[in-house]
Ligand binder design. Structure first.
Ligand code: FES
Length: 165
């Protein structure tokens, strides 16, 4: 699936960083909002990578050890993607209207429900809120890359390609 017809053009920026920035700004970059910010980050990225945690620590002016401590303490935060491949389907309004439910249906039928990892550990599926790339609807973030105007056929082809039964 990641070919020139579906991958976001290079000119299209990944807006997740901007959206996370907005979430931190809403809380005036207060360290007291760490849990809310970690939630927003996980919602956008699916998991909390070390660079992401470092960036949050820097922006909220908190010691990185504190941010890591909170992220590891709560079971609802993930520090790494669970499956070998990670599909995040945007279910914001534009993507929903443009066909996100059909994409979720394909993933649920062939892999697992949103928020889960397939039993063979191959695929993790997550429905996410608007990722700020509505012009690409329906958008899917596949292993960290934003794919534009994804169809159920393209998704099925990619699942075939990576060996999902
Ligand atoms: S609704 Fe999907 S990117 Fe905005």
């Amino acid at each position: 699936m990641p070919d020139s017809t579906t991958a976001a053009p290079p000119s299209v920026r990944d807006n997740r960083e901007k959206m996370l920035e907005r979430a931190m700004s809403r809380h005036q970059y207060s360290g007291d909002a760490l849990i809310e910010v970690l939630h927003a980050a996980q919602e956008l990225y699916g998991y909390l990578s070390p660079p992401l945690l470092r960036m949050i620590a820097r922006k909220l002016k908190l010691p990185p050890s504190r941010v890591l401590g909170v992220a590891t303490f709560y079971h609802f935060f993930s520090l790494k993607p669970k499956g070998e491949h990670f599909f995040q389907v945007c279910t914001g309004t534009a993507c929903y209207v443009a066909g996100a439910p059909a994409l979720i249906e394909v993933l649920e039928r062939r892999c697992c429900k949103s928020g889960a990892t397939s039993p063979d550990g191959k695929v993790t599926v997550q429905a996410v809120r608007c990722i700020g790339s509505c012009g690409l609807a329906p958008a899917v973030i596949y292993d960290g890359r934003i794919l534009a105007r994804v169809t159920p056929d393209q998704l099925n082809q990619e699942l075939d390609r990576i060996g999902v039964p």
